[in-house]
Design a protein around this ligand. Structure first.
Ligand SMILES: NC(=O)c1ccc[n+]([C@@H]2O[C@H](COP(=O)([O-])OP(=O)(O)OC[C@H]3O[C@@H](n4cnc5c(N)ncnc54)[C@H](OP(=O)(O)O)[C@@H]3O)[C@@H](O)[C@H]2O)c1
Length: 394
């Protein structure tokens, strides 16, 4: 039977990789919906090639321009979150790939969950800001969440012989520990001061080619903190069951240590097409365009403890994970604003953790089990507060 896939964020790094995978998978996998923010030209090219039934552009002006170029087919959904929500909940959609960036992906993801969809989850920020809430909703609406990010996907793949879903209550006792690997980003082994790092240098990841936000988060190691929170929520684990380990080769994408001490790891060359494809074809495995692993050319695999002093964002994220409640929401929202400011060269690389820490300290009593409206309110508050700090700084 054909699997019909809608991609939220098809013009980005994950979206484009997913389309390449889908093209190679052939007619059993149909692209039924595509969306972007402003990039009408790329969306139009993708539309001509993949012939989706629905498309959406978030930006109203870009959406109007695109409407003028369309001849009735495909259907252009309304701009903004409305169009994304409509796309994510279409009855004909079997799988929604969420490859939007940042906290704006929360509401489209929630819509897909409430529509009981299978969801290939790349957009990690909603799982950081509202993970516990979203996993409860996923159980309530019987929505299946399949991780796309390489590390959660590695963990998910290691669990397959136990046939357990992401939020199975048995996981917390079955798993002794998760070894969550991190490449360390572009500065890990360089003994230089991080004060003068430029956006161009921070964007140059040694192993992965990704969108701007995740590239900066990888350079600060905030990305590994986000993944710790994502994995804790996705698999229902305790924070002390997750250990971050620096593995500069990015060949082992994470490992699961079971109760009996046995460790299963998932390995492959660093290529996002592999975890993307696994989430799309799950539970089947298919031929993939990704290169196969050759241990003779890998030669060595290194593992180090993370340096929390040089990369304070990781420590901040673990603190947010430990305290929980709305603090991860604050962390994610503040990070989004400061990363943008760093990319615009308004602040230094080393200001990123300093500003995030200030915002976290303002939030003395984070609500324990926040509702959706509390999460949305705290997210807005943290963004505003971060912008105020930036305004006074610049
Ligand atoms: N890239 C990776 O290899 C990778 C790996 C693991 C996890 N992830 C996660 O996957 C997500 C996507 O990452 P990415 O690197 O693919 O990002 P990206 O290259 O920046 O792409 C983001 C996509 O979302 C769209 N978008 C951005 N802002 C939007 C808005 N306000 N409304 C509607 N659409 C919007 C963009 O459209 P336009 O093109 O029009 O701007 C684009 O299609 C992130 O959460 C990231 O952490 C990525």
């Amino acid at each position: 039977m054909t699997k019909r896939i809608a991609i939220l964020g098809s013009t980005g790094s994950i979206g484009e990789n997913a389309l390449e995978v889908l093209e190679k998978l052939g007619p059993d996998y149909q692209v039924i919906g595509l969306s972007a923010n402003k990039n009408a030209q790329k969306l139009l090219q993708q539309t001509i090639k993949f012939k989706p039934k629905w498309i959406s552009l978030h930006d109203p002006e870009a959406s109007d321009c695109l409407r003028a170029k369309l001849t009735g087919h495909p259907k252009l959904l309304p701009p903004g979150v409305e169009g994304l929500a409509e796309l994510a909940s279409q009855p004909e959609v079997d799988l929604v790939l969420t490859s939007l960036v940042g906290g704006m992906g929360l509401l489209p993801l929630l819509t897909a969950i409430k529509a009981g969809k299978s969801i290939a989850l790349a957009n990690k920020e909603p799982m950081v800001m509202a993970g516990e809430f979203l996993m409860k909703e996923a159980q309530r609406w019987n929505a299946q969440i399949l991780p796309v990010d390489s590390e959660p996907s590695a963990i998910f793949q290691c669990l397959q012989n136990h046939k357990l879903t992401t939020h199975d209550p048995q996981l917390a006792t079955l798993i002794s520990k998760i070894w969550l690997t991190a490449s360390g980003g572009p500065f890990y082994r360089k003994k230089r001061s991080l004060d003068r790092v430029t956006p161009k240098e921070a964007l140059a990841h040694p192993n992965w080619k990704m969108g701007k936000k995740i590239s900066i988060d990888s350079a600060t190691l905030m990305n590994k903190g986000f993944e710790t929170i994502e994995i804790k929520n996705l698999f229902g684990l305790h924070l002390d069951q997750i250990e971050v380990v620096i593995h500069p080769q990015s060949v082992m994408h994470s490992a699961v240590e079971f109760q009996d001490g046995s460790v299963l790891a998932q390995m492959s060359p660093p290529d996002m097409r592999l975890p993307i494809q696994y989430a799309i074809t799950y539970p089947e495995r298919k031929q993939s365009p990704a290169e196969h692993l050759n241990f003779f050319s890998v030669k060595r695999l290194d593992f180090d403890k993370p340096d929390f002093r040089r990369f304070p964002c990781l420590a901040l994220a673990l603190e947010a994970a430990r305290i929980g409640g709305t603090l991860p929401t604050v962390l994610s929202a503040a990070d989004e604003i400061v990363v943008e400011a760093f990319l615009k060269e308004q602040i230094r690389f080393t200001d990123i953790p300093k500003i995030i820490e200030r915002i976290m300290r303002f939030c003395q009593q984070p609500s324990r089990t926040p509702s959706l409206s509390e999460i949305v309110e705290v997210d807005g508050w943290a963004r505003q507060k971060t912008l105020e700090i930036l305004k006074n700084k610049c």
